[in-house]
Design a protein around this ligand. Structure first.
Ligand code: NAD
Ligand code: UDP
Ligand code: UDP
Length: 341
């Protein structure tokens, strides 16, 4: 049994991690400021003897003793991370430094939740981990993309300089139960609109693509990554010669400490997704086209070869099944009893 800190543990992905790990018998400390998360996501865990919730903003230092850290705290939806752009940067910069400092002090393994957004509007498709990305640093998405890129750079610096046992997961679009009704992301918007008999809002002409992963698959990948033993000893991690060698072109990027993509490679256009939601909800609603937000990536699809090889992981839940489960969740939440799908 490990003592595990989950930052952002009351959010969408974090709360599913809490559930999974508590069921495995671990001792969980969930730290969250409830900016975009909710106590409702963890309410069923609050009376569990091995679950502890701390309302805390990670831009302030935190001193606790743990064996592992899952660092997820950061709003993920564009409307939430753009609501207070400076706070988004501080959470990823100061908050990440604090969590790395904590992990260093207690010698804990730490996983950083990074994102496919670090690839920006990609010019390489699909995106392998070796692609450096195409990000507009000063656009509205830059506050998230660049802050996550900083968080990756800092995590690698603590790994190389302090020998910290780090993991970096680049999460591609993930969805499922516990997404907020007003989350603002495509799938939750479409499902909520379909169930509430409102037009489905497709931005642009809907030809932009995303590759959506179901939450259960994402959780299993993240867990596998954190529990995978380091492929380097402490000495190797801090070996200067190795570090210099690694910075040459021959650098091997297949280490467990280098970033790793997790996501479902099944790529669909946003318009296709809207039509699937209409079909699966049995909704007769129409589609309403709205302006495309600035810097919205044209395409996105993970190359998951590294995850397959290193973690023996690949997603199992197909998009139709995943949508059905998420629709069912929102139906229940809204008290809609019909069995139209
Ligand atoms: P979420 O918004 O549901 O969860 C984030 C949690 O972090 C929330 O509970 C929020 O209250 C908390 N938080 C935010 N700022 C904080 C702060 N300063 N101090 C303490 N807590 C804070 O989002 P999510 O979808 O669960 O995303 C979790 C992580 O995964 C994020 O780091 C996000 O960048 C990353 N990610 C998610 C996706 C996705 O598709 N869901 C894709 C790529 C990356
Ligand atoms: N920190 C923290 N909890 C800890 C240890 C450190 O929040 O248990 C914070 C600490 O306040 C500092 C940051 O993490 O701002 C980085 O710590 P580190 O020791 O790596 O760097 P330094 O304090 O030397 O700048
Ligand atoms: N999108 C849309 N309608 C919505 C919400 C989003 O057409 O109501 C589009 C958005 O412009 C983007 C895609 O769907 O092209 C995915 O958006 P989301 O916010 O879910 O994820 P991200 O853009 O962060 O990948």
């Amino acid at each position: 049994m490990a003592r595990i800190l989950i930052t952002g543990g009351a959010g969408f992905i974090g709360s599913h991690l809490c559930d999974y790990l508590i069921n495995k018998g671990h001792d969980i400390i969930c730290v969250d400021n409830l900016f975009s998360g909710s106590k409702n996501n963890i309410r069923h865990l609050l009376s569990h003897p091995y679950f502890e919730f701390i309302r805390h903003d990670i831009i302030h230092p935190l001193f606790i003793e743990v064996d592992q850290v899952y660092h997820l705290a950061c709003p993920a939806s564009p409307i939430h991370y753009q609501y207070n752009p400076i706070k988004t940067i501080k959470t990823n910069v100061i908050g990440t430094i604090n969590m790395l400092g904590l992990a260093k002090r207690v010698k804990a393994r730490i996983l950083l939740a990074s994102t496919s957004e670090i690839y920006g509007n990609p010019k390489v498709h699909p995106q392998p981990e070796t692609y450096w990305g195409n990000v507009n640093p000063i656009g509205p998405r830059g506050v998230y993309d660049e802050a996550k890129r900083f968080a990756e750079a800092m995590t690698m610096a603590y790994h190389r300089y302090h020998g910290l046992d780090t993991r970096i997961v680049r999460i591609f679009n993930t969805f499922g139960p516990r997404m907020r009704e007003n989350d603002g992301r495509a799938i939750s918007n479409f499902i909520v609109q379909a169930l509430k008999e409102k037009p489905l809002t497709v931005y642009g002409d809907g030809s932009q693509t995303r590759s959506f992963c179901y939450i259960d698959d994402m959780v299993s990948g993240i867990i596998k990554l954190l529990f995978k033993e380091s492929d380097k000893t402490f000495e190797e991690r801090t070996n200067k010669a190795n570090f210099l060698y690694k910075n040459k072109e021959v650098r091997n990027t297949n280490f467990i400490h280098d970033p790793i993509n997790l996501g479902n490679p099944h790529e669909l256009s946003i318009l296709d997704i809207a039509h699937m939601v209409l079909k699966l909800t049995g909704s007769q609603n129409r589609i309403e086209f709205r302006p495309l937000p600035a810097d919205d990536p044209r395409v996105r699809r993970p190359d998951i070869s590294k995850a397959k090889e290193l973690l023996q992981w690949e997603p199992k839940v197909n998009i139709e099944e995943a949508l059905k489960r998420t629709i069912q969740y929102f139906r229940k939440k809204f008290g809609i009893e019909t069995s139209r799908s």
